[in-house]
Ligand binder design. Structure first.
Ligand code: NAD
Length: 355
């Protein structure tokens, strides 16, 4: 088996590579990434990419079709990966998350790839706190990021056929330790606040709902999707990926962090505008289709591991929201140094290829 993981050098990628290397020790694993966050490693004794057979540094917007030769499965993680980045780099977000994804999926199908796994997002449900949304509910993407995921799903669906299985995993918000940690995610942010200042600053009034998933459970779901049979979910499947128990209100997350990290004060912002990113999600379909790949991590141990990991990094600046652990800061910093242009392309050509 030959698996291509596109966007493997971010937060989700390293755990995915690890999981796939464990599940398929003999497989040929190839990574493809532009490398924005390649040097943002956290405490790892091993460069995550050494578990690959080959790492290609390249841009999905200029994807060389030859990379797909003999590939059986593609995992598409590449993205401008949150709302603030999507707001600042709207066209790039659509280009990377959506247009390039569809172009590559088309070439992949032509090249004989059997399975295409797309990292989608539950944020496409928009404001949805009345009841937990199922896959059949109306989508209401409120941001460029969420729209990019909806557009991709819409155009991936007609590409699926008997020989080309497409699985869109609508992930809950990720959390947990990774070899390339990011702190612009709600639970990770709370733990960082608790470690650096013994403070957890909730930007909202604490009531918004947010389904979460441990980043390592995302990797298990990707593992499942790669080899999913069409008899289990059809040629095309879009499935909420997480678990019903992990639908939390933001204030519950803060309290859980305060339980693990003693002496923390939780601050709410009672003057905040209502948070439109409040949503609850129903994960029954994923439970039915992937009984052996259900999330196995719990909130308490996820917080403990984050506490341990963030303490080991030696992070002690309460202004961590301005730090190199924030994806948007990294991109802006690379632009300020004229390493990235206004389209987030490297300012030199050609791309480097590592073998
Ligand atoms: N983290 C979450 O909470 C979450 C939740 C739901 C879905 N997802 C999705 O999972 C995927 C991975 O998320 P992540 O947290 O690892 O994000 P990340 O930002 O850490 O990683 C994204 C990767 O894509 C790469 N990339 C960006 N533009 C590229 C380009 N033009 N060419 C090649 N590579 C490019 C980046 O270099 C980076 O390594 C994304 O598609 C994201 O939308 C993430």
């Amino acid at each position: 088996m030959k698996i291509l993981i596109i966007g493997n050098m971010g937060y989700v990628g390293p755990g995915t590579v690890n999981q796939l290397r464990e599940s398929y020790p003999e497989a040929e694993l190839i990574g493809f990434d532009i490398g924005y966050f390649a040097n943002r490693l956290t405490n790892t004794v091993l460069l995550p990419e050494v578990k690959l057979n080959n790492q290609i540094i390249g841009d999905v917007r200029k994807f060389p079709a030859g990379v797909l030769k003999d590939v059986d499965a593609v995992v598409y993680l590449a993205a401008i990966s949150n709302d603030p980045m999507g707001a600042k780099y709207e066209e790039v977000t659509l280009d990377v998350n959506y247009r390039s994804c569809i172009r590559i999926a088309r070439i992949a199908r032509e090249a004989g790839v059997r399975s295409f796994v797309f990292a989608s997002s539950c944020s496409m449900y928009g404001l949805a706190d009345q009841y937990a949304k199922t896959e059949n509910d109306t989508l209401n993407p409120l941001t460029a990021y969420a729209r990019s995921k909806v557009f991709s799903e819409r155009e991936l669906e007609p590409l699926a056929n008997d020989n080309f299985t497409v699985t869109c995993l609508r992930f809950a918000t990720a959390c947990g330790m990774s070899d390339r940690l990011r702190l612009d995610l709600v639970l990770n942010d709370f733990v960082a606040g608790a470690v650096t200042a013994r403070e957890i600053n909730i930007l909202s009034d604490g009531t918004p709902w947010r389904p979460l998933i441990n980043v390592r459970d995302m990797a298990r779901a990707i593992d499942w999707a790669i080899t999913r049979e069409q008899s289990n979910g059809g040629a095309y499947l879009a499935v909420n990926t997480g678990s019903n128990q992990w639908n939390y209100q933001v204030k519950d997350l803060a309290e859980a962090v305060a339980e693990v990290i003693p002496g923390c004060q939780v601050y709410l912002n009672s003057n905040a505008q209502p948070d439109k990113r409040s949503y609850r999600v129903n994960f029954d379909l994923f439970a039915k289709l992937a009984p052996d790949h259900q999330p196995i991590h719990d909130l308490h141990s996820t917080i403990e591991k984050l506490y341990e990991g963030i303490s080991e990094i030696g992070l002690n600046d309460p202004k961590f929201r301005d730090s190199k652990y924030m994806r948007l800061k990294i991109l802006s910093g690379l632009q300020e140094k004229s390493l990235l242009d206004e389209n987030l392309s490297w300012t030199w050509e050609p791309q480097m290829v590592l073998r």
